[in-house]
Design a protein around this ligand. Structure first.
Ligand code: PMP
Length: 463
């Protein structure tokens, strides 16, 4: 089959995630056929540098034979068995032990799921169950953040603060509220505020929401260490310490969604370690298996785990694929390889600083209002060179830049007019240089195109 054949069948039968089905049908999808290292290859024979590690997940890069072997061996030995009915299997047990050894010291249990969304559904059920067992069943509200992303199941969507998602499919889960995000470029800079004062103000907004709902009614706060899908938003340094203090003051659980930041993205095993957080729960997925097979989970802190174990009786929750043996075997091998190769330390001490140096230099481009990065996640804020302010979003400048970038051989995401990268953690210096050249070329091409009329708004996807 050739590209047009795939496109025809795709249009006829396949509803893609986060996609305007009709627009994509008219345009035709790009067929990705194979990949190796940090490169993907399409059916037309183009080689493209994957600046997004798939969907923030292929941390060890493509084509790792060790992960293929781990899956194959496990599929031969035991392709499936569940963890219900008082049974388990070696890969799930070993992975649980490994994860708890890597996580902050007080997180000593894990509940496995098939994805990040299922992990956040699990969080919601566990949080409310915990407080009920503590004799405080009225503690049910969970506070998330505007423009936060926690998945696409009904609970994941409700915990997240993505307005377009809330606008579809009717009401979400009750008793979930949202507070403002620590997005200085969008909300603080425009108000002329110092970033650190802005960070404290965002934490104060959380306190105000707790008081509005009543502290006796608030169960937990959920947030990503660095917001990923929202636009690679790195909070001001003042933000997390101030949030921590608020949650301690009112005895509210902290849930840190590590689905993107976990497993080395910020140069530590977990974003919580980078920011010195002590979460009660950490949803995980994506980089856990470098995306080779689907697996997620929730790491659970001692106070919640002990209550569920000692006082809970049966917890009526779980998935057919909770701790799937092949997925768990691949995840375990992935973590072992990351340790053996010093991948996390390399992000922190070598490629992270190298990327930061090269990436922030893009701030001299006339289209770039801010260039920020931390570890191997980065963002560029596109602005109108004439004013230094954001473009009218209807002009679709970010999606235009993304498409030009893809055409130039680099996957860089757009979230509105924020351009994002999150490359495989194994990226080399030479590949970072190539990424920079291609990103700059895409900015130049975007600038040139803006001088010509009509840039239709294109499809944007969130996660
Ligand atoms: N949490 C965060 C922070 C995410 O970025 C995502 C996915 N992008 C999810 C949860 C949901 O994960 P999944 O798509 O595996 O359900």
């Amino acid at each position: 089959m050739q590209t047009p054949d795939y496109q025809r069948l795709d249009r006829a039968h396949h509803l893609h995630p986060f996609t305007d089905f009709k627009a994509l049908g008219e345009e035709g999808s790009r067929i990705i056929e194979r990949a190796e290292g940090v490169y993907i290859h399409d059916a037309e024979g183009d080689r493209i540098l994957d600046g997004m590690a798939g969907l923030w997940c292929v941390n060890l890069g493509y084509g790792r034979e060790e992960l293929v072997a781990a899956a194959t061996e496990q599929l031969h030995r035991l392709p499936y068995y569940n963890n219900f009915f008082k049974t388990t299997h070696p890969p799930a047990v070993k992975l649980a032990e490994k994860l708890c050894a890597l996580a902050p010291a007080h997180l000593n249990h894990v509940f496995f799921t098939g994805s990040g969304s299922e992990a956040n559904d699990t969080v919601l059920r566990m949080v409310r169950r915990y407080w009920a067992l503590k004799g405080k069943p009225e503690k049910q509200w969970v506070i998330g953040r505007e423009n936060g992303y926690h998945g696409s199941t009904v609970a994941g969507m409700s915990l997240g603060g993505m307005a377009p998602m809330h606008g579809q499919g009717g009401p979400g889960v009750p008793k979930i509220a949202h507070v403002r995000q620590p997005y200085w470029f969008q909300e603080g800079r425009t108000a002329g505020q110092d970033p650190e004062a802005f960070g404290r103000e965002c934490a104060a907004a959380l306190e105000a929401k707790i008081l509005e709902l009543g502290e006796e009614a608030v169960a937990a706060f959920i947030a990503e260490p660095v917001q990923g899908a929202g636009g690679a938003i790195i909070p001001p340094a003042s933000y997390w310490p101030a949030v921590k203090a608020v949650l301690e003051k009112y005895d509210i659980l902290l849930v840190v969604d590590e689905v993107i930041c976990g497993f080395g993205r910020l140069g530590e095993w977990f974003g919580s370690l980078h920011y010195g957080l002590e979460p009660d729960m950490m949803p995980i997925a994506k980089g856990l298996s470098s995306g080779y097979l689907p697996i997620g989970g929730v790491l659970v802190g001692d106070r919640v785990a002990e209550t569920l174990i000692e006082e809970g009786g049966e917890f009526f929750h779980g998935f057919t694929y909770s701790g799937h043996p092949a997925c768990a075997a691949v995840a375990l091998r992935n973590l072992e390889l990351m340790e053996a190769e010093g991948v996390v330390e390399r992000v922190r001490d070598d490629v992270g600083p190298y990327l930061a140096e090269r990436w922030t230099a893009l701030a001299d481009h006339p289209l770039v209002g801010e260039a920020r990065s931390l570890g191997l996640i980065g963002a560029l804020e596109l602005v109108d060179p004439a004013t230094g302010e954001r473009f009218d979003s209807a002009r679709g400048v970010g999606p235009l830049c993304r498409d030009l970038c893809f055409a130039g051989g680099l996957v860089m995401r757009s979230v509105g007019d924020t351009m994002i990268i999150s490359p495989p953690l194994v990226i080399s210096h030479a590949e970072i240089d190539e990424l920079m050249e291609k990103a700059r070329a895409a900015l130049d091409a975007t600038l040139a195109r803006l001088a010509t009329p009509t840039t239709p708004k294109q499809e944007e996807s969130l996660p």
